[in-house]
Design a protein around this ligand. Structure first.
Ligand SMILES: *Cc1c(COP(=O)(O)O)cnc(C)c1O
Length: 424
């Protein structure tokens, strides 16, 4: 239950912003309650305007791998601010960040900085189309790639039917070139290639799906995508907006040992500021303007404040590679507590520091199985956790994010409350 001040702010916000929010999931609709309004956050904790403290497992939906308000990042950003917020001209910071990103993810031989994951995916897809001279792309049901028109697609029954927009306001024509396949089902991809092979510019996927809850790739799936795209001279795009710098320092491509042609980054890349990137093989990225004919631009792209937050965050990750083992081990502790508590009445998926508890007895491997979850049970679980000081995603179909700021004490407390929630 949100407190008085949150309730008042929400009531007033609803009068001036759609649903009272600037991104839909924040409205807590899926868990049938009003949102808590956040005042501040530090380390593993987040504080609402009503004076409640929570252990935060949303971490701003992924960027917060170091926890909130890391001292080094904040100091660097303050200093950057004093020198001006934006110039619209090249800076050394952009070069420093690009080099750091490339050090982590060497397949990004050339890259471009932008402001959001949505924008980065748009750029990546346009570059893939420009490079191949083909129009069609394949995306997977349940994967999210931002809110650009062509990617807001729901597959019809059977992946071979024409894709229909998943949002009002998207003309049918905008999604005609988007083919939808089933995640973790290489046969559904092969089928589309058999029919449209020479017209497919790219396959785009989240290497670990994390926007229908966490759904890791089954063995051979990513390799299958790599092989078939290579066979048809089409490109493989990994949307690593969540997995980049999280699954491993080199993202999912390092974790699974499968290298895409183009990589999309966001979230952690900006250390909490609006920043994202796309990049890949040099010969592909050379199609991007002003070098090539694929247009893409941005007034605030690579601005000195966001790049500073990104640089400092990546530097800390580089200096502390042990973070990855720590956050994965803590996630496994939470997973084990949940298994102990819920037994086989739930399906728990985990990859690195990403985890989801699905309230279903089915093994969740794709969109169909993900939506078999009992979202009402999730809503109850969410309320219990929030009431007990644990802030998790207000939707079954989002990931739990574990950060380096979560202490042993935080994890222990959370494990205990998970156990109580199961008994409740
Ligand atoms: C969050 C997300 C995006 C969109 O990023 P925004 O910065 O919200 O536009 C794209 N792809 C994936 C996998 C994401 O998780």
């Amino acid at each position: 239950m949100a407190g008085i001040k949150s309730e008042t702010l929400f009531r007033d916000s609803k009068k001036i912003m759609p649903g009272g929010v600037n991104s839909p999931v924040r409205a807590f609709q899926a868990v049938h309650q009003n949102p808590v309004f956040i005042e501040k956050a530090k380390g593993s904790k987040i504080y609402d305007v009503d004076g409640n403290e929570y252990i935060d497992y949303v971490c701003s939906w992924g960027p917060g791998i170091l926890g909130h308000a890391n001292g080094r990042v904040i100091d660097a950003v303050k200093e950057a601010c004093n020198n001006g917020l934006t110039f619209g001209a090249p800076t050394e910071k952009e070069l420093l960040l690009a080099k750091l990103i490339q050090e982590f993810i060497p397949s990004m031989e050339m890259l471009r900085l932008v402001n959001s994951g949505t924008e980065a995916v748009m750029g990546a897809v346009r570059a893939a189309r420009g490079y191949t001279g083909r129009d069609k792309i394949i995306k997977f049901k349940g994967c999210y790639h931002g809110h650009s028109d062509g990617l807001l697609v729901k597959a019809g029954s059977g992946a071979l039917t024409q894709s229909v927009p998943d949002s009002l306001g998207v003309p049918q024509g905008y999604t005609e070139s988007t083919l939808a396949a089933e995640y973790n089902n290489i046969a559904s991809v092969n089928k589309l290639f058999e029919i449209y092979g020479s017209q497919i510019a790219a396959v785009i996927t989240e290497p670990v799906a994390a926007n229908m809850g966490v759904v890791p790739p089954v063995p051979g799936f990513l390799k299958g995508l790599r092989d078939i795209t290579a066979r048809y001279n089409s490109l493989l795009i990994f949307d690593e907006v969540i997995t980049g710098f999280r699954l491993a320092s080199g993202g999912a491509q390092e974790y699974f040992g499968i290298v895409p042609d183009i990589t999309v980054l966001g979230k952690i890349a900006g250390g909490g500021m609006p920043l994202a990137a796309y990049g890949g093989r040099k010969d592909i990225m050379e199609v991007v303007a002003p070098l090539g004919g694929v247009y893409q631009a941005g007034t605030l792209s690579g601005n000195p404040v966001a790049t500073t937050a990104g640089i400092e965050t990546l530097k800390i990750l580089k200096e502390n590679p042990g973070i990855y083992r720590q956050i994965e081990e803590n996630t496994i502790k939470l997973k084990e507590a949940a298994i102990e508590a819920f037994g086989n009445s739930v399906c728990i998926n985990q990859a690195g520091s990403l985890m989801s508890i699905f309230f279903t007895k089915e093994k969740v491997t794709d969109y169909e199985t993900a939506v078999s979850s009992d979202t009402e049970k999730y809503a109850k679980y969410f309320s219990f956790m929030l009431k007990n000081g644990i802030y998790i995603a207000p939707s079954q179909f989002e990931a739990m994010f574990i950060s380096a700021a979560h202490t042993d004490k935080d994890i222990e407390k959370t494990c205990n409350i998970i156990k109580q929630a199961a008994a409740f």
